[in-house]
Ligand binder design. Structure first.
Ligand code: PEP
Length: 247
């Protein structure tokens, strides 16, 4: 089974109801390939109004969900609650959550399990810092992050792995196609060795980090790059070209 190309837009904590409705309008009117699964992740406050306005061939994702299903966790939203209101996807383990909100590997793993148990699909983010890359620890780090999740999961069929080198996120420094391909290939090799041939072949591994319309086409030609998670450029009209990068 061929892996379907996947493009996610992570709006982060950007926009207003009016500006994000403008982005949704642009997407609604755009000619988008049906060969790509498309998901947008607005701030949680805007998930429902934007979902109502959004064309039905684009899905929505939350940017985070807590690991318990309910309880005394002021300020948090659970995967169960997201599922309850019809949100099908969630991003877990984004590097900003790991760095700014101190989400350790085991927390990311528990959140991933909780989201899948609640019936959501997960965009699971992993990736090394610049220091870790310079210390030649990239593969060690991504394998450590994946191994923590593996301990919690039996079924990977609703997981998309987003390889996002931290040094490339929001910096304008995109990984070269060869750099990204090398890590994606090693992630697949890890999945084959540590989980199964089926998971290795069928799990989508997407790249994130300063993807733009200009660099997306070449990245998309790499055999192990199955799509993108896009931050800054997902707020701009060029997001349409990134979605269509494989066409
Ligand atoms: C991201 O936030 O997941 C991301 C990849 O951001 P950017 O595209 O802006 O680097």
């Amino acid at each position: 089974m061929a892996r379907k190309f996947f493009v996610g837009g992570n709006f982060k904590m950007n926009g207003t109801l009016s500006s994000l409705k403008g982005i949704v309008n642009t997407l609604n009117e755009a000619k988008l390939t049906s060969e790509t699964d498309i998901v947008i992740a607005p701030p949680s406050l805007y998930l429902i109004p934007l979902k109502e306005q959004l064309r039905k061939d684009i899905a929505v994702a939350a940017q985070n969900a807590y690991l318990a299903s309910s309880g005394a966790y002021t300020g948090e939203i659970s995967a169960t609650q997201l599922h309850d209101v019809g949100i099908p996807w969630v991003i877990i383990g984004h590097s900003e959550r790991r760095a700014l909100f101190f989400e350790a590997d085991d927390v990311v793993a528990k959140k991933t399990k909780a989201a899948l148990d609640a019936g959501l699909s997960v965009i699971l983010c992993i990736g090394e810092t610049l220091q870790e890359r310079e210390d030649d620890k990239t593969i060690e780090v991504v394998e450590r992050q994946l191994t923590a999740v593996k301990k919690e999961l039996k079924d990977w069929s609703k997981v998309v792995i987003a390889y996002e080198p931290v040094w490339a996120i929001g910096t304008g420094k995109v990984a070269t196609p060869a750099q990204a391909q090398e890590v994606h290939h090693k992630i697949r090799a890890w999945a084959q060795k540590s989980i199964s041939q089926d998971v290795a072949e069928n799990t989508r591994v997407i790249y994130g980090g300063s993807v733009t319309a200009a660099n997306s086409r070449e990245l998309a030609t790499q055999p192990d790059i199955d799509g993108f998670l896009v931050g800054g450029a997902s707020l701009k009209p060029e997001f349409v070209d990134i979605i269509n990068a494989k066409v």
